[in-house]
Design a protein around this ligand. Structure first.
Ligand SMILES: Cc1ncc(COP(=O)(O)O)c(C=O)c1O
Length: 371
């Protein structure tokens, strides 16, 4: 039987992700539009992006936050290009985005002393093999496989190298051991349902110390430059962006942060995401034709939930298309490089009631296509 109740919001994309409940673009504070981002008004808004992020996330004293260009990719590459070189590098990858950082390090930066620690879709790297005398580059949540790092127990507090973590689909949804991470990056477009184009770069004091004591041998594009005359450009971490940001996106991000605060802070956004995952976990437990791609339950992502169906690849595509055509789920096909399947975003801006409404539709589409 075709279900009758549809999700109120069918947007389950893994990025850009659904806008927060109650979002209304007309409610954004727009007094910064048409003004210089270097005016007092513009700088205040950009400064708040940094300081409110640090406050709401509860970052340790001394951690710095910058708004940079190029979304999460921009923030990660800025870190790789600026920090890597003086030590060996261990780079961990178990899906497409992690593999992208391997390519950057091995083929673009061409660093000599690199250890690749890789695993296939559904698995995760063996953390016992990581050498923390090296700099360690990894993704907290593999968005295209739905496999996340379960915790930070494997990262020593007294490591010699830096830990550089692409946490774009984790920040605001997963508990992160900030003091064990030296570089953390994310984009507004993920868990907060913000906009793309701007990246967030968070640096520990140890990362800053590296920046001030090491100059990479390769050319550094202006967009990546965080130091001047060997000293950190402090203004960058107070809202003085390297180039011109979208003040509309800035306002949108501040709106998202205010929402986080209103609903109870990052504990509340994490709880919303976990509750969303539970809707899907319960459904998977009750149906033998659908499974998590993540093999170990401890590594199952609570944001980018990747599922496989007992169907052929073309049939999976039909399920995705059917649900889109019915207006119940947009953009839930697996990532292009990932095994055939579906990926349902469960970040904080998604409502559990919408996921509950979606589940009967999944059954309906599966049975319709397999018949
Ligand atoms: C783990 C991870 N890293 C990097 C990116 C690239 O993000 P952006 O497009 O915001 O640069 C994504 C996007 O989905 C991602 O999931």
């Amino acid at each position: 039987m075709q279900p009758t109740v549809k999700p109120k919001n069918p947007n389950f994309s893994s990025g850009p992700c659904a806008k927060r409940p109650g979002y209304n673009v007309a409610d954004l504070q727009l007094d910064t539009l048409g003004r210089s981002h270097r005016s007092a008004l513009g700088k205040k808004a950009l400064g708040l992006c940094c300081s409110e992020t640090a406050r709401i996330l509860g970052l340790p004293e001394g951690y710095r936050v910058a708004v940079v260009a190029g979304s999460d990719t921009g923030a990660v590459e800025m870190a790789l290009w600026s920090l890597l070189g003086p030590r060996g590098v261990d780079v961990l990858a178990w899906e497409s985005f992690g593999s992208g950082w391997v390519t950057d390090i091995v083929k673009q930066l061409k660093l000599p002393n690199v250890t690749k620690l890789e695993a296939g879709y559904g698995d995760i790297t063996d953390f016992s093999k990581v050498n923390f005398d090296h700099d360690v580059v990894f993704t907290w949540n593999g968005t295209t496989s739905g496999v996340k790092v379960p915790n930070g127990d494997w990262i020593p507090a007294n490591r010699a190298g830096l830990t550089i973590c692409d946490a774009t689909s984790a920040v605001f949804a997963m508990e992160l051991p900030w003091d064990k991470l030296d570089v953390i990056t994310y984009s507004w477009q993920k868990v907060l349902g913000g906009e793309g184009a701007h990246g967030m770069l968070i640096l520990s004091p140890r990362a800053v110390q590296r920046l001030e004591s090491y100059t990479p041998p390769w050319p550094m594009p202006k967009l990546f430059r965080m130091t001047s005359g060997g000293k950190l450009t402090e203004g960058l971490f107070k809202g003085e962006t390297i180039n011109t940001p979208s003040m509309l996106c800035v306002s949108d991000y501040l709106d998202a942060l205010a929402w986080v605060e209103r609903i109870g802070g990052v504990q509340a956004t994490m709880a919303r995401s976990e509750a969303n995952l539970k809707v899907i976990s319960d459904f998977v437990a009750a149906n033998d034709w659908i499974s998590f791609l993540a093999k170990d339950p401890a590594t199952r992502s609570n944001t980018s939930v990747c599922l496989t169906l007992k169907l052929g690849d073309d049939q999976v595509k039909q399920v995705v298309k059917l649900l889109d055509t019915e207006g119940v789920a947009c953009d839930i096909g697996a990532y292009k490089d990932a095994p055939a399947g579906i990926r349902i975003w469960c970040g904080a801006t998604v409502e559990a009631t919408d996921l509950q409404a979606l589940m009967p539709w999944l059954s309906w589409a599966y049975h319709k296509v397999s018949a």
